[in-house]
Design a protein around this ligand. Structure first.
Ligand code: NAD
Length: 473
């Protein structure tokens, strides 16, 4: 059982300075973990390096069994885990429960994918000189995976790294976000109980630029899997050296509303996608492009759907929207909205802050040049924008440095196909919001939204090396 929350070299270790964790709504103390000292980082990486072979040699059926046991334990501890997330991340309890269900599924999917890791034979005599060779390729584990995760899905985004890493036969060093370490500790307790060899998984806490950087730059770490902001992603890419790197970064998610769309459905789904978890989701709805012929009724419905959201204590069953992760984030977005207002945007509803809570806010008249349009808002603020026609809305949707997911509402197959062809995003969702994600689908972004893809099969591909074998007869 953990006291420090720091797991390195096959045991819970004492570590250094305490990192206190608070309830993000009330500010009450929740607990603390120990930050990793340089010697803890060394013990963790050395242990993962030593146990890479143990994991690689573990039969696939055993890896799959462990992953399934972990999924079962997550399900059994659903309520406790959901309450931890609601308190330390400020996520509404009912939404936190969905995250727990998805995390169990992520482990189950990883168990299935573990059994499907395979290569192909290759006719080497397809080229001159290949006569007499028998060829095939296979996938080998990379060795040590270094995983660095953000605060917003403290269980499922950790699961999206830990589960495929173990499924592929790798060992692991994880550094979760400073704001939400307690959920990661609870997951490690589960992984150990499920039967993961203790030295193969290591959990370090602390400052990203110190502990995270030590993982990224260590030559024994063969692959870095990072989810977080584009700014940190860029630093990591510059620091990692020659190793595999996956970056799952931010977005400025557009939604395109064609004149033929069902506006009631659009408004309800957009309000959910823009405001769930206070907009702190990488695929939160940020820019809603409505055809000018339906702009007025669309705006009215969006305001109504926004105002139906219940704001309050995330541990209250009725709450839809809790606080932001920190008061300074609520102050930041308050400043961005005021800046947009000063430049001519209109607050249709919301625009209110109380401590770390920012009320769901719908803007109109937002333009390029305003932070709410040019940057990732990562807050409960969305803008509805009138467009002359469908082509124009596709152009505007693409006018961003990001490219993770986009949503398009239309009942016209021609428009849907045109959108799929034109939108420069890693995922295009037709007739729903870009906030849709199924945990096995390839998930990741173009442009500044990142490199590589997650989703179990795709994460496993990124966490394995292809080995070619040529046998001369
Ligand atoms: P962040 O980039 O501030 O931090 C993420 C992690 O990186 C933390 O664990 C942090 O300690 C660590 N870190 C910070 N500096 C580091 C450094 N120099 N070297 C190594 N590690 C370092 O992000 P955040 O505020 O926790 O999360 C919000 C961001 O994450 C948003 O931009 C959001 O869009 C993005 N996100 C993306 C996805 C996705 O799948 N694409 C999912 C969730 C969140």
């Amino acid at each position: 059982m953990s006291t420090s929350g720091l797991f390195a070299g096959g045991a819970w270790v004492q570590g250094g300075e305490a990192l206190d964790v608070k309830n993000k709504y009330s500010g009450a103390a929740l607990g603390s973990v120990a930050t990793a000292r340089p010697e803890d980082v060394e013990a963790a990486i050395a242990s993962a390096h030593k146990h890479a072979e143990v994991m690689a040699e573990m039969p696939v059926h055993k890896r799959a069994e462990i992953l399934l046991r972990a999924a079962d334990l997550i399900k059994q501890r659903k309520e406790a885990l959901a309450r931890t997330i609601a308190a330390e991340a400020g996520k509404a309890l009912k939404i936190a429960r969905v995250e727990i269900d998805r995390s169990a599924l992520t482990f189950m999917l990883a168990a299935e994918e573990a059994r499907r890791i395979h290569g192909e034979t290759l006719p080497l005599d397809a080229v001159p000189g290949g006569e007499g060779y028998f060829g095939f390729w296979l996938r080998r584990p990379v060795g040590v995976v270094g995983a660095i995760t953000p605060f917003n899905f403290p269980l499922n985004l950790v699961a999206h790294k830990v589960a495929p890493a173990l499924a592929a036969g790798n060992s692991l060093v994880l550094k979760p976000a400073e704001q939400t370490p307690l959920t990661a500790v609870a997951l490690f307790e589960i992984l150990l109980e499920a039967g993961v060899p203790p030295g193969a998984i290591n959990l370090l806490h602390g400052d990203g630029a110190v502990v995270g950087d030590a993982i990224v730059t260590d030559p024994r770490v063969a692959k870095v899997s990072f989810t977080g902001s584009a700014a940190v992603g860029k630093i990591i890419l510059g620091r990692a050296g020659i190793k595999k790197v996956t970056l799952e970064l931010g977005n400025s998610s557009p939604v395109i509303v064609a004149p033929d769309a069902d506006l009631d459905v659009v408004a309800k789904r957009c309000a959910f996608g823009a405001f769930v978890y206070s907009g702190q989701v990488c695929i939160s709805v940020q820019r809603i492009y409505g055809d000018k012929r339906v702009f007025e009724p669309l705006s009215e419905r969006l305001v109504k759907a926004t105002e139906a959201m219940v704001v309050g204590d995330p541990l209250d069953e009725k709450t839809d929207i809790g606080p932001m992760i920190a008061e300074k984030e609520a102050e930041r977005i308050d400043g961005w909205v005021k800046e947009a207002q000063a430049a001519g945007a209109k607050v249709l509803t919301g625009g209110k802050r109380q401590g770390p809570v920012y009320w769901p806010t719908m803007l109109s008249g937002a333009k390029a040049g305003m932070k709410v349009m040019d940057q990732e808002v990562f807050a409960p603020v969305a803008s509805v924008i009138a467009c002359d026609d469908f082509e124009e809305s596709l152009r505007q949707a693409n006018a961003t440095g990001y490219g993770l997911q986009a949503g398009v509402f239309t009942r016209d197959i021609g428009r849907a196909l045109q959108a799929i062809k034109k939108l420069d995003f890693g995922g295009v969702v037709i007739n729903d919001i870009p906030t849709f994600r199924a945990d096995h689908m390839p998930y990741g972004g173009n442009k500044q939204s990142g490199l590589g893809r997650e989703g179990l099969r795709f994460a496993i591909e990124e966490m394995t090396n292809i080995q070619m074998v040529a046998i001369k007869s």
